[in-house]
Design a protein around this ligand. Structure first.
Ligand SMILES: Cc1cc2nc3c(=O)[nH]c(=O)nc-3n(C[C@H](O)[C@H](O)[C@H](O)COP(=O)(O)OP(=O)(O)OC[C@H]3O[C@@H](n4cnc5c(N)ncnc54)[C@H](O)[C@@H]3O)c2cc1C
Length: 418
């Protein structure tokens, strides 16, 4: 019998490999040279970049939910289970687990169905597998329209850099923008950063004092949900606690809604949902508030229309709700918007081969590929492959909340089981 092949070198692949071992499934992981289980999120070495989920919820192993806290205790002697540790510390934890994984150092380039499973062509030869888990993350972000292709414009918020010029623009105000602002201001005392996003709002902060209470959420449609959340919030329940009340049922809700309701949610509620669901650690929120109070970081609601490259970078942007265009000059721009669709043009030969060959299709909202509730990849003909599944952010459009570690490790355990 051929093994289960797990394609990827980040936290999803690691969670799947550890889950396979726990349930006695023989697995091989196919990961690019240098991969170590940390992936994009946990490769950062900057101690200012913190987890946005507390330590007690960050075990990478579903059958041992205290694993990360135990690892911290063994390392430091003391531990704060409700604390938000630097992601670099979590990276060390993942790296240690990665050492026990049976990994082939290669990139997967193409998959072909064959009797009894799949043939995987890799940069290091072909491999047969009975089942395959795609844990390849999402492709890098593409340049927004109108943004100059210039070395001073970075699309990769986490690419290491030594020179941090004085004046910067961050496009987007997500957790990624928060990370970049903290690093930039720590590297350069006279930094002047402008952050422009559609709503001009940071993610909310974790609030351990938040009142959750009993929230009767009416889940018939997004409109009903919003109405009951609003009622709960008006009644004194914290907005973040209200969103947390839906944590366990988000996938059911998302998959149960009509496509038009999901599209409406993405259009009108997505940024509000994201800022309540993916929150800043309390100390990160304090640091970013202090930078704003000192005038080193300013956050504006608006839309960047163009960035032109000359001696400076000229940014043309439209303030929210206004017609006239404003401009400002900066020395560098970081696009902090992340991947948001456009798989066909993405720089991933494996994904392109899957789509071109009809083995996978983009999901209805084009945020990733179409999956069924059990993470089975749906082919162009509409059938779900019984032995090809995907884990992590590629499933966002199909399953919505599937990218944080608690969801990844839970799903990993379900999908690798024999
Ligand atoms: C900045 C950031 C911070 C986050 N913080 C938190 C947090 O605090 N708590 C939390 O719960 N979640 C957090 N998340 C969510 C995070 O996405 C997940 O926790 C997890 O890291 C996702 O990992 P992944 O393996 O799915 O994807 P990735 O990390 O993108 O890894 C994908 C891997 O697949 C490899 N790969 C791609 N193509 C191929 C191929 N063809 N062949 C072989 N390998 C391939 C890549 O090289 C890479 O190693 C954060 C996310 C980000 C981006």
């Amino acid at each position: 019998m051929h093994p289960l092949a797990i394609i990827g070198g980040g936290a999803s692949a690691l969670a799947a490999a550890l889950a396979a071992r726990a349930c006695g499934v023989r697995a091989i992981t196919i990961a690019p040279p240098g991969a170590d289980g940390c992936g994009v999120a946990y490769s950062t070495r900057d101690p200012l970049h913190r987890l946005n989920v507390c330590a007690a919820r960050m075990s990478i192993i579903e059958h041992d939910l205290t694993d990360f806290v135990s690892w911290l205790r063994a390392r430091d002697g003391q531990v704060q289970p409700q604390g938000y540790y630097p992601r670099a510390v979590y990276g060390e934890y993942l790296r240690q687990h990665w050492q026990s994984v049976d990994a082939l150092s290669a990139t997967a380039q193409r998959l072909a169905p064959r009797a009894g499973g799949w043939r995987i062509e890799t940069s290091d030869g072909a491999l047969d597998a009975a089942r395959v888990v795609l844990a390849i993350g999402v492709p890098p972000a593409q340049r927004l329209p109108g943004i100059a292709a210039d070395p001073r414009v970075s699309l990769d918020a986490y690419s290491p850099r030594r020179d941090w010029p004085q004046r910067g623009l961050l496009i987007g105000s997500s957790l990624t923008a928060v990370d970049v602002a903290l690093t930039w201001c720590a590297a350069r005392a006279d930094a002047e950063l402008t952050v422009i996003s559609r709503h001009g709002l940071w993610p909310l902060a974790h609030n351990d004092e938040a009142r959750s209470g009993e929230i009767g959420v009416d889940v018939r449609s997004p409109r009903h949900i919003l109405r009951s959340l609003r009622r709960a919030i008006d009644g004194g329940v914290d907005a973040t606690a209200a969103v947390d009340a839906l944590r366990e049922s988000t996938v059911d809700l998302w998959t149960g809604f009509a496509r038009t309701d999901r599209a409406r949610f993405l259009r009108h509620a997505r940024s509000h949902w994201d800022r309540a669901r993916h929150r800043m650690a309390p100390q990160v929120a304090r640091e970013i508030a202090a930078l704003q109070a000192q005038g080193r970081v300013r956050l504006i609601a608006g839309r960047v229309q163009r960035v032109d490259a000359g001696a400076d970078l000229s940014v043309h942007w439209r303030p929210r709700g206004r017609r006239e265009v404003d401009s400002l000059r900066v020395d560098a721009v970081v696009q902090c918007t992340g991947f948001d669709g456009g798989l066909a043009a993405a720089d991933s030969p494996l994904l392109r081969a899957l789509l071109d060959g009809g083995l996978a299709v983009p999901d209805a909202h084009r945020l990733g590929i179409a999956l069924d509730r059990e993470h089975r990849v749906i082919a162009a003909r509409g059938n779900a492959h019984a032995t090809l599944r995907a884990l992590g952010a590629l499933g966002r459009g199909s399953l919505w909340e599937c990218t944080a570690i608690p969801e990844i490790r839970r799903s990993a355990t379900r999908i690798v089981a024999p």
